[in-house]
Write a protein that binds this ligand. Sequence first.
Ligand code: ZN
Ligand code: ZN
Length: 374
Amino acid sequence: MPTPSQTTAAVLVDYNVPPELRSLPVPELEPGAALVKVEASTMCGTDVHIWRGEYAAGGLSKLPLVPGHEIVGRVVALGSERRVDALNRPLAEGDLVAWSYAWCGHCYWCTIAKQPTQCESARMYGWGPADQAPYITGGFSEYAYVMPPCSMIKVPDGLDPAVAASATCAFRTIIHGYEKIGRIETTDTVVIQGSGPIGLYALAYAVQSGAHRTIMIGAPTARLDIAKRWGAEVALDVTGSSVEERHARVHELTDGRGADLVVECSGANAAFVEGMDLVRRGGRYLVIGASEPRPVEMRATYFNLRQLTVAGTMSGDISHYYRALQFLHDHGDRFSFGDLLGSRFTLDKVGDALLGMEQMREIKPVILPSAPTS
Ligand SMILES: [Zn+2]
Ligand SMILES: [Zn+2]
């Protein structure tokens, strides 16, 4: 594959307006870097929040920016010193790959705490700026630049690239969360709050892990139907039931105890407050979705008197990417992962995809940057 000097990308030049198609320079490859041709990107809810300017105030997102951080692509060129993936498998031109964010590898969080997702100097994809090298650090671009500190992993053969892309934020975060909260026992009742992509992936993992019973709380009906097909014994519609009714149902199913494990994938503060009441005494609560900046009032005694274990995770390291991709590859017969994906969009229609996701018409839009635009 020839190495291009320019690439077409969907560039967000201002918040709340559709991204524009722009030509961006393809930088010279530094040692350890790689250039990939993006095969598929999927849209994450965070892309919508970035588009709406919700992270602009803290300087987290920097205009102009190429959105998109769920990406898989084919290797076009490898910089010197980039020869293998995270499993020490040789990398070659044409390989379909995913890659982690760029963590510094030197700070306290990277080395001592061994939690690189908290790295002080993390460089993430889809946050900009696109007017400084290496420019193309977002998935809604024909080509993307893999920065030298990023770990790369080959996508298992036979896995749909769009499904694989969805592993690189949503599912790897779930894998990270379950690692932190601990194993699922075969006697566990697991409640999943939120039936978006993160919630449905969390459900699939709990079902495959052999949970005694899984209960999905979410909406709309189409997503609850996926949950039931994937093994949820009970699916409770948040729009057609009250907090009290859901509390009663979960306790009725657990001999009055409450769930052994509750996984918060909804993002809403109300769900967090509700979820604390669904966990049994001595149970576990995993918080993954929470995204509201407003504080929540809680009684501190909730934690000690009920002996709760609460854990939170964000993002994931390359081990979580690997395990997420492998799960999708190994269990695609049992769970129709493609059902999570929404419509396909070309680069010039990224604005429509953002709007569709915001209005919940799309679960997870797929961007195909190499498809011809209209
Ligand atoms: Zn994301
Ligand atoms: Zn670091």
